[in-house]
Design a protein around this ligand. Structure first.
Ligand SMILES: O=C(O)c1ccccc1NCC(=O)[C@H](O)[C@H](O)COP(=O)(O)O
Length: 230
């Protein structure tokens, strides 16, 4: 994940080539493709993952494999066949899984999600172990009071994010109700810690389809200066 000006934009949960192309045209840098999210509305088979990863590359947007799976063996085939170079471990996978995947796939970047709930990072005790295991980047996301994880549409409190930052020695993506309001984070945009933002709910219209107007607005809002090209 390189070559940025401000915060990079990842949009999660594409399920068709049309959606992937829409995201690329709207200014997203990364598209999240679900694999191993059983019962999830955007979950893909390996064959679908392979096809959409190719579509993403052709459209000039980087595919990210987003998964709840902790079984490393199940991920090897998907990573190898799709050629995806970015993996997002969105559940409570162990640091050992990060290490094993990094060892097995040369050049694979691994994003480990850290879940924040009521101001507490649920994986706090393991942050050092994740870093030693080779985590490339963290993704800070909201867990609701009822324990919902992923695509909650609930915003993180910037004060909670900032309190966690001294513990992180690798950059992070900010998730959880991200919108075109970058208030509370302006001083971090373009800096070494906040690498980008990750969005699902805020990228969609009321019927659940991707909305290119909303996506372009988010891409613009998270630049250090307004970008006329976005
Ligand atoms: O969306 C889910 O339900 C989900 C399930 C399993 C793995 C990942 C999932 N979402 C992934 C994301 O990375 C979302 O973009 C992220 O949670 C932010 O969502 P939102 O708060 O809706 O913008």
């Amino acid at each position: 994940m390189t070559g940025r000006r401000g915060a990079l934009l990842k949009v999660c949960g594409a399920t068709s080539a049309t959606e992937v192309r829409l995201l690329a045209e709207a200014g997203a840098d990364y598209v999240g493709l679900w694999f191993g999210v059983t019962g999830g509305p955007a979950d893909l088979t390996v064959d679908e993952l392979v096809t959409l990863a190719g579509e993403a590359r052709a459209a000039g947007i980087h595919p990210v494999l987003v998964t709840f799976l902790g079984a490393v063996d199940a991920l090897h085939e998907a990573i190898t066949r799709s050629g995806i170079r970015h993996l997002q471990l969105h559940a409570y996978q162990a640091p050992g899984a990060v290490a094993a995947l990094r060892r097995a796939h040369d050049g694979l970047s691994v994003l480990k999600v850290l879940h924040l709930r009521d101001g507490q990072c649920l994986e706090e005790r393991f942050i050092g172990a994740y870093q030693r295991a080779g985590t490339t980047m963290f993704l800070l996301d909201k867990t609701t009071a009822t324990g919902r994880v992923g695509s909650t549409g609930h915003r993180l409190d910037p004060a909670e994010v900032r309190a966690l930052m001294p513990r992180l020695s690798v950059p992070f993506l900010l998730a959880g109700g991200v919108s075109a309001d970058s208030g509370g984070y302006h001083d971090l945009i373009g800096g070494p810690s906040l690498h980008g933002v990750d969005v699902d709910t805020g990228a969609r219209d009321p019927l659940g389809g991707f909305d290119s107007g909303r996506i372009s607005s988010i891409a613009r809002a998270w630049q250090p200066f307004p970008d006329p090209l976005r």
